[in-house]
Design a protein around this ligand. Structure first.
Ligand SMILES: Nc1nc2c(c(=O)[nH]1)N(C=O)[C@@H](CNc1ccc(C(=O)N[C@@H](CCC(=O)O)C(=O)O)cc1)CN2
Ligand SMILES: Nc1ncnc2c1ncn2[C@@H]1O[C@H](COP(=O)(O)OP(=O)(O)OP(=O)(O)O)[C@@H](O)[C@H]1O
Length: 204
């Protein structure tokens, strides 16, 4: 049985996420940040390159994860969305959190990069060089179908991934879908997910 159309399921998943975020106090969010960092660190025992994202206030928090990865000697890259919904990548800065460049395209409320900034970009194919890819998502089902924010950004970006590098989505505990999520041909399945309680589920 499927959960409904992408639009409807996304709408419901966003509402559920807002509710979950409303019920999460700063201490619980900090505990979730630590649980995520501990769980994801176990995927990368040796120093390597990891793609993460800068979380927005309702999303599973990634700030601690970025700091823990950097402290363990990993290279960490994070995305910026471009005009055509492809993702550019840059090195993560400790302490940064999601802003306009995270989910708004330049010219659509997003940040206009200057030449200096563009020079530091790593390319839209930078996932090819990563040993682990951590993605955002609203839900994941038992086949690894991921429901995102609807830009198709990660579907495009994941085409470049190294197939031997695991792709894991961060979810709030309870956001995984028991029903099959709607999937299109362009959807790239993920290998597992990590929840805000530190639960790791490998699907493939
Ligand atoms: N923290 C975080 N970073 C992330 C994602 C995410 O889900 N979370 N993304 C996951 O894919 C990518 C960005 N995804 C996007 C999805 C939709 C739109 C979009 O439709 N933007 C509209 C403006 C929307 C608004 O005003 O609210 C636009 O640019 O016209 C942009 C980016 C990359 N970075
Ligand atoms: N590889 C691709 N090349 C071109 N367009 C694509 C590609 N993948 C997805 N799209 C387009 O992006 C749009 C959004 O796709 P979808 O609803 O699957 O996004 P999503 O997976 O929820 O978002 P995201 O990947 O940003 O988290 C669709 O119109 C789809 O056709």
């Amino acid at each position: 049985m499927t959960a409904g159309t992408k639009r409807d399921v996304r709408h419901a998943a966003r509402a559920r996420r807002r509710e979950l975020a409303r019920g999460t106090d700063p201490a619980a969010r900090e505990a979730a940040a630590v649980a995520i960092a501990d769980a994801v660190l176990r995927f990368v025992p040796e120093p390597c390159r990891v793609a993460v994202y800068e979380s927005l206030p309702d999303e599973p928090p990634t700030g601690r994860l970025v700091e823990a990865l950097l402290a363990a000697g990993h290279e960490v890259i994070v995305p910026i969305v471009l005009e055509d919904f492809s993702l550019e990548w840059r090195y993560a800065v400790p302490g940064a959190s999601g802003d306009d460049a995270t989910v708004r395209r330049p010219g659509h409320g997003g940040h206009e990069p200057d030449a200096d900034e563009r020079q530091r970009w790593l390319g839209t194919d930078a996932l090819a060089t990563c040993d682990l890819v951590v993605t955002p998502g609203l839900s994941v089902d038992s086949h690894g179908t991921r429901l995102g924010q609807g830009g198709g950004c990660y579907d495009r970006a994941l085409l470049h991934r190294d197939p031997s590098a695991p792709v894991v989505t961060l979810l709030h505990e309870g956001e995984q879908s028991e029903l099959d999520l709607p999937a299109d041909a362009h959807d790239v399945p993920v290998d597992g997910y990590v929840t805000t309680t530190g639960r790791v589920v490998r699907l493939r």
